[in-house]
Design a protein around this ligand. Sequence first.
Ligand code: NBP
Length: 474
Amino acid sequence: PDATIGVTGLAVMGSNLARNLARHGFRVAVHNRSPQKTRDLIADHGGEGDFVPSESLAEFVGSLSRPRAIIVMVKAGAATDAVIDELVPLLDRDDIVVDCGNAHYMDTRRREQALAVRGLHFVGCGVSGGEEGALHGPSIMPGGSAASYQKLGPILTAIAATVDDVPCCVHVGPDGAGHFVKMVHNGIEYADMQLIAESYDLLRSGLGAGPAELAQTFTEWNEGDLESFLIEITAQVLGHTDGRTGSPFVDVVLDQAEQKGTGRWTVQSALDLGVPITGIAEATFARSLSGHAEQRDAAVSAFGADEPTGWASDGFVDDVRQALYASKVVAYAQGFDQIAAGSAEYDWDIDLGAMATIWRGGCIIRAKFLDRIKEAYADQPALPSLLVAPYFADLVAKCVPSWRRVVAAASTHGVPVPAFASSLSYFDALRRRRLPAALIQGLRDNFGAHTYRRVDAEGAFHTLWARDRSEQSR
Ligand code: NBP
């Protein structure tokens, strides 16, 4: 038994990850529940490296050197539990099971505890970058014990994407930390995509421009501060013509966005942790709204769909670019707040700047400005918000007039911009000296005697609203 690492689950992600490992010189044991996928991998790509195929799980485990490191790349959820249950009786103390699927971090915490009791390491490992990333270099977010990373680190960093020779892989923290960070990454991806979609909608409406023309705008934006994978592929998608009809591709796609659930998980977790990730939440709800076809039809019937175009004034394109940039900073600031809150809640001790390093390459949200995030946390590890890091504060302040003009114009002309508008409101709420939360506290005390704190005295107070309105100290 001399394979360095094993991969079980050879659908698109698993087989590409196995090929990536083999191409980097590792001897890779491979296995899949239905043996045909294993045979196909060897037949099609066996020459790319050193594979050790097995058709039974016992044979697969037996082909690995100890302590064994086994990547599980199956459908997240029940399939992962089924594979773990089958694997565990075959393993020995100190073996490492690495779940690279998109698991919920609470499942990962549960699995880690169950395996730790048996002397096994369980590593929940986020992998981003889709099939191409898995093959050519993904962004990798491993959790689990520090001991497991001693063995895994050199393997994972070898196959990860690199930017400036720095691998996009860092040990995130114990148990569910890796999957938590992957979840927030996906949440940020939702926000990023929604903001891009709103920008497109605004430009199309405001300028009366077609998708091909706007593809050009996104290509230009990709040469500046907004340079990122998502902006690059936006230009690709907008520039694409449908082969069947000759229409712009984006006009023949049904306008109902789907989701696999990681955006929802991010929002659910943020609610539990008390972190206002408004941009990600709006993006998730915007996808849901798009799917409510009956309600949308009914609203069009009730209110009409008057959609004026060509209303933009001079400088609108650059205003949208700046609004996009500022809103994007808000989305990342909120995502990093959530990681900080998760890290505090579960004692993960996550290095926030390092997370920006992991996401610089390989993953869907890879972007030039992640370098700036890394620098911001390097300068000030306890940054209260990414928004106030000097570089971003300066940039966002410059964007504010454009941001307001864009949200105002959208509102005037009836273009929905939930993510732009909520990001601007978030920014305004953060920077407002006094919030109307004081009134909410007053109302809560009035109807429910929930008490309030005062700006000029310590302790909790209650006003006797139904009596003489004198104040009691509680
Ligand atoms: P799928 O999510 O489609 O899963 C298919 C694999 O799961 C097959 O190997 C299948 O084996 C195996 N499997 C199932 Br289903 N039930 C099983 C069971 N009870 N026991 C053993 N094996 C079982 O594959 P994928 O799209 O390659 O994704 C794999 C993981 O990677 C998922 O968790 C996904 O969320 C995650 N991920 C995907 C992407 C992406 O871009 N697609 C990106 C990042 C992460 P079979 O061949 O015998 O049916």
